[in-house]
Design a binder for this molecule. Structure first.
Ligand code: KDG
Length: 325
């Protein structure tokens, strides 16, 4: 399929966000005790683009990276996973943002992040950088509350795109993704309100919904978020599973039990699998099952997306047909 932009192939999913490089501690424990780290590309919307590409979607990413080695890491990882980078621009002045990940401490299943992203190239995205035709030609466009919190430019780019695309046939997908280290709950709530009114697909963690919207559990959070008008709402609750709600059905799915190496990025993988299932016109229960498998697998490997399966691996697992030897 060729789109309005001469010579390019229309994409299934385009995400907009701030790319970061991640240094994840090789050993669990307090960051101050860590001596060895693994470097990889990250950022919520980058993760979703990569995992969706692995699951079979044609994906693209709109962002700015720095003209530095971390920027090269970001571009190389996107390209290695088949994500279109034609809308990634290189900022000659600002550096690529960075964060450190502490794993398994003070809680064994939890990770935490220390950010070095103020003034990053990604935060410097100018709304004028965003190719409107590239987004309009896609079947879905996804961004998160992180992009809304990071800078005025990134927020304007996302909300302008959502407003333009709403009702156009391109699905607008929004993951609330509260980051208390980036903005207050009150500000995040205002940002979320501005995006939710345009969103066809909404993702939110149960705990984020409780903090932002005062909802009690995943079901009430899904009902509350659906009242903005989305056709699919997914509320995730880590090891507690997830709830997917559409006009026709509400499905609760358990989280497959896994040995958690690092839960960072699990929600982005879950969102990628939901969007893939939706665009493949799968049934809601099927989408829920596949997304919970992907979210769980992301947790088993350090890094935000290294544990995500390919489409074939996911099929095999879902069918219970995986054999070890
Ligand atoms: O969901 C994973 C993200 O949290 C991580 O990649 C970094 O974008 C990031 C953030 O703001 O935490």
């Amino acid at each position: 399929m060729t789109d309005a932009i001469a010579g390019t192939t229309a994409l299934d999913l385009v995400t907009i966000g701030e790319p970061l490089v991640q240094l994840s501690a090789d050993e669990p424990g307090p960051l101050r005790a860590a001596r060895h780290f693994t470097l990889s590309a990250a950022g919520a919307e980058l993760n979703t683009a990569i995992v969706a590409a692995r699951l079979g979607l044609r994906t693209g990413y709109v962002a700015r990276v720095g003209a530095d080695d971390p920027g090269q890491v970001v571009l190389a990882e996107l390209r290695a996973n088949g994500v279109d980078t034609s809308a990634v621009t290189v900022d000659p002045e600002r550096p690529t943002g960075l964060f450190l990940v502490q794993r398994g401490y003070p809680r064994p299943d939890a990770s935490s992040s220390v950010y070095y992203r103020t003034g990053s190239a990604g935060a410097g995205l100018d709304p004028a950088d965003v190719p409107a035709g590239y987004l309009a030609a896609a079947r879905a466009v996804h961004f998160t509350g992180i992009s809304l919190a990071v800078s005025d430019g990134l927020r304007t780019a996302c909300l302008d795109a959502a407003g333009r695309l709403a009702g156009s046939g391109t699905l607008v997908s929004f993951d609330v993704n509260l980051r208390r280290k980036l903005c207050t709950v009150d500000v995040a709530r205002k940002h979320a309100d501005a995006a939710l009114v345009h969103a066809d697909v909404v993702f939110c963690g149960r705990a984020d919904a409780a903090a932002l919207f005062d909802t009690e559990d995943a079901e009430s959070a899904a009902a509350y978020l659906a009242s903005y008008g989305a056709r699919l709402v997914a509320v995730t609750d880590g090891a507690g599973g997830a709830v997917l709600r559409t006009d026709e059905a509400t499905v609760r799915v358990a989280a497959p039990p896994v040995a958690v190496a690092d839960p960072t990025g699990a929600g982005d993988g879950f969102a990628a699998a939901v969007l893939t299932g939706l665009l493949q016109q799968r049934a809601v229960a099927d989408i829920a099952e596949r997304a919970s498998l992907v979210g769980a697998l992301v947790c088993t490997v350090r890094g935000d997306h290294a544990g995500a399966p390919t489409a074939a691996e996911l099929d095999t697992l879902q069918q219970g047909a995986w054999v070890s030897r």
